[in-house]
Structure formats: C-alpha cells, structure tokens
Design a protein around this ligand. Structure first.
Ligand SMILES: *Cc1c(COP(=O)(O)O)cnc(C)c1O
Length: 481
C-alpha cells in the first residue's frame, strides 16, 4: 500500500489531537499520588515537558496516534512522570559511598574531612562566630589571622593567605603582580603549561588574569638559562607550575624552585611555584611521601626561597575546598592588598574546617586526616575489608564474586603515575551488565559509586569510610536481592 504524504499528515494530525492538555493531566486520577511529591510549579513543568517531548516525537514521525493511545492507556504516562519526580528527589548534593578506590575523586567532592573539622564547620554554619573581631580587645581584625598563623607554623613560611581554591590562588597571584606598572609578562616553562581537569588551563587563567604568557624552554627540557634569557623590562613574575596530572619521562630537565628563587633575587623579580596538590609534611607527619612518589612537599618549596607557593586545600592536604598561598611576608601582604582578594576570600565555614585540619596536623595527628589514612593503607590492610564485602555478597542470587589484587589511584591529578596496590571485589551478574549495575547503584539509597572495568563491577575498599561497608552492602542488596 502506498502511504501518501497527505495520509501521513492526517495520521500525525490525529496524534496531535490525542495529546492531552495540561488541564486533563492535572485531573488524571492515576497521577494523583505523584503530583503532591513536588511543588505545583515543578509538577506543571514536568507536565509541560512531557507534552512537548511527545509533540516533538509526533512531529519527527516517531509517534503516531496508535502509539500515543497506547502510552496514554498503559503505564507510559505514569512511568515517565514517576521517573521525573524521582529524579527531582535525587537531585543535588547528597552523601555517597565511594567504592571507586579513587581517594581524591573530584566528582565525589575530593577529600572527606576529619570528623573534628566537619563538626567545627557544622557548628559555625548554624551559629554566629568570631570571624572578624578579636576576642581579647573586641577590635576588628582579619578573618584569617589565625589561619595565617597556623599556615606559618605548618609550612615554615613567613606568611599565608587562603582563597576559594588553587585556581583562585593562581589568579590572585598573577593579577597582583600584573598591577606593578608596565610589567605584564609572566615567564613559565613550556613543559609546565598544564591543564588540570578541563576547566583550569594555566595559559587560559593567565590570559584572564590579564598577563602575557612568555613560554620558555621546550616541552621536555627547560633550564634556568631559558628564564634568564627571557627576563626583561616587561617581566612581572617568574613562575613554576607542578605538572600535577602527567609526567614526562626520558630526556628531561626542569628548573628547580631553588634555581628560580636565586634568579629572582639576582634580577629583583618575584617568583612563584604553583604546587597544585601540596604534600604538606611536617616533621611529625610521616609516611605519605613513600607512597606518593616524588610529589613535591610544601615545606621544601617554601624553603627553596620562592616568594609565593600555592596549593589546594582539598587535594593531598585533605581539607575543605580552598587554595593556600604561603611565602614571603611582603609578597603575601601584596596579595592581601589586592581588591580582587575580597572576591576570592573564604567564608566562615571553610575557615573553621581549615583551622581545625591544620591544628590536627600541628598536634601530630595529621595521619588521622581520612584521605591521608586512605592513601597510606597497604593492600594487606585493605584485604580484610574486600573479603568481608565479598563474603556478604556471595549469597546474592546469580552473582559471581571474587577478591582480586588491583591498583587504586590517588586522584585529582595528585601524584600521576602513582598506583597504590589494593584488593578489590570483582562482581559479575548473570543478567546485569556492569555499566547498568553501576548506574542502578548510583540511584540507590545511599548512592554507591563503583568502578566498571574488564566487564565487571569493581569495589575498591580503599576509599570507604568507617560505616561505608554496611551502606555499600545495603545498596547492593536493594538492587540485586
Ligand atoms: C589542581 C591544581 C590546580 C587547581 O586547584 P583547585 O584547588 O582545584 O582549584 C592548580 N594548579 C595545579 C598545578 C593543580 O594541580
């Protein structure tokens, strides 16, 4: 039979006529239980979206009157709206169980805080606090006086200042040195023009900060002579960036922070080192360097004599999201004087969490910081957890479970090339594909994030917090039992 254009147009006209109106849907008794679960505004939005989506399908010739009648008579209508309501209920930030083994997982909020830091944050969040007033004199002071003092003690620097994240720290740094007369060039090694997680590219931040980037050296080799040759009347800053998330191997040479500091002194030019991760080791904080390879330490960077060192608060430091700048008194004072600082400064809640975390380090309790404990854990220490999880899953129907040697990654571009030996639970299911199972677990209560690898679901206990094992099992049972 020939289907003429006009009969197709007729068919879709019928389908358009069958589309329910908002009014009809509002009175549909099958939807009566769903509607009250969201606000009226949101519910009306869902109804409009549904009708629009179906209208577009008809227009595209993908839905005809018969198909639409079936949807309206069957469960499709209720199912689609139920999914929308459920998605709405799941939206936003909630706690999850991180079974990926990636300790500093940017997608999952990077460092989980020490419980004392978390409770300090919760306390000031719901109350007033001593933020910009001195308790002794009652006079106005700086909100980060205490924080700067703790940073000084921790890193050996003369002064410190903290902003919203390390990207903001780099921005403040560049923008501050730009303000020095006609000097607008920042000299950086070509091998260090890195991109960190897509939205932070060193060259782009420089451009936005208003500075002119002067690349020196080559991708694999840069010498201090390259910096010296490029320095001139327009130079405002000599900078070094830690190539956090990759490493160049083979025939390589990079400028050390000490060489950079010496050249800066000789030429009377400021110097800075963006460390990114920031391995914050004091004399009483041990053990992490062994597992973290040659990740540079904040103390060493400060001791090298560069004017400013910046690093993230929520990478290896294990605190709340923030960007620390430590270094010479005059350099930090210049950062503080820049009006841009006001736009980048921390709120009371983050300051409280950072102060508490620094106090833990200074009290010799740095190894209690959860992300550090997770990074330090050996495969042997993680094995019992993997075995407990595997044993508990063994009686789930149609599952095959095994404990296997695996490797975890620190994450967040901290220590590229460092893989930490672990034991993971490998789970396969007769009918669930691993990706579908991972998706169902993300929608579980509580949500669980796992790795999908080699056609299986992998659960790595390295990134589990106390109590997470039970939550993980509960979620898995809810999906598979
Ligand atoms: C991660 C990183 C940044 C950005 O830090 P955020 O705290 O995520 O803003 C900047 N520089 C380097 C070298 C980094 O590794």
């Amino acid at each position: 039979m020939l289907v003429s254009m006009s009969s197709r147009a007729d068919a879709s006209k019928d389908a358009f006529r069958l589309l329910p109106s908002i009014e009809e849907l509002l009175h549909d008794p099958r939807l009566a239980a769903l509607a009250p679960r969201v606000s009226r505004e949101v519910w009306l939005g869902f109804l409009r979206e549904l009708i629009e989506r179906w209208r577009a399908e008809i227009k595209a010739g993908k839905l005809d009157a018969t198909g639409l009648s079936a949807r309206l008579a069957g469960t499709a209508l209720v199912d689609e709206l139920r999914r929308a309501v459920e998605r709405e209920g799941r939206a936003g930030i909630v706690r999850v169980v991180n079974a990926t083994g990636v300790v500093l997982h940017t997608g999952l909020g990077r460092a989980p805080l020490h419980r004392e830091a978390a409770s300090a944050m919760a306390n000031v969040a719901g109350s007033y606090c001593v933020l910009e007033v001195d308790r002794e004199s009652g006079e106005r002071n700086q909100r980060d006086d205490r924080l700067s003092e703790l940073l000084r003690r921790m890193t050996g620097a003369e002064a410190g200042i903290v902003v919203n994240n390390c990207a903001a720290a780099v921005y403040l740094l560049l923008n501050t040195y730009l303000a020095r007369g006609k000097r607008d060039e920042v000299i950086v090694s070509r091998g260090e023009l890195v991109e960190i997680g897509g939205s932070f590219r060193v060259p782009d931040v420089m451009e936005r900060a208003g500075v002119v980037l002067r690349e020196v050296g080559t991708t694999n080799r840069t010498r201090i002579a390259d910096y010296r040759a490029a320095a001139g009347e327009r130079t405002s800053l000599l900078m070094k960036v830690h190539t956090s998330n990759f490493r160049v191997e083979g025939f390589t040479e990079e400028v050390t922070p000490r060489e950079l500091a010496e050249l800066g002194r000789e030429l009377a030019l400021p110097t800075a080192f963006d460390l990114g991760s920031g391995l914050i080791e004091g004399d009483d904080v041990a053990a992490l360097p062994d597992v973290m390879g040659d990740e540079p330490r904040v103390r060493d960077a400060v001791a090298s004599g560069v004017d400013v060192v910046c690093f993230s608060g929520d990478k290896l430091f294990g605190g709340p999201q923030s960007g620390m700048l430590v270094g010479k008194r005059a350099a930090i004072a210049a950062l503080r004087k820049n009006p841009v600082y006001r736009a980048l400064r921390l709120d009371k809640v983050t300051i409280a969490g950072l102060e508490r975390t620094l106090e833990l380090y200074l009290a010799g309790r740095g190894d209690e910081v959860p992300s550090r404990a997770m990074l330090r854990a050996s495969a042997d220490e993680l094995r019992p957890s993997a075995e407990r999880i595997a044993a508990a899953l063994a009686n789930l129907p149609r599952c095959t479970v095994a404990v296997i040697p695996e490797r975890s990654q620190p994450g967040s571009g901290a220590a590229p090339g460092v893989f930490l030996p672990t034991f993971a639970v490998r789970l396969t299911h007769e009918s669930w594909k691993p990706a579908a199972l991972a998706a169902a677990l993300r929608r579980a209560e509580p949500p669980v994030f796992a790795r999908v690898q080699d056609d299986a679901l992998l659960l790595d206990p390295r990134s589990l917090l106390p109590g997470d094992e039970e939550l993980l099992l509960k979620a898995l049972r809810s999906v598979l039992a």
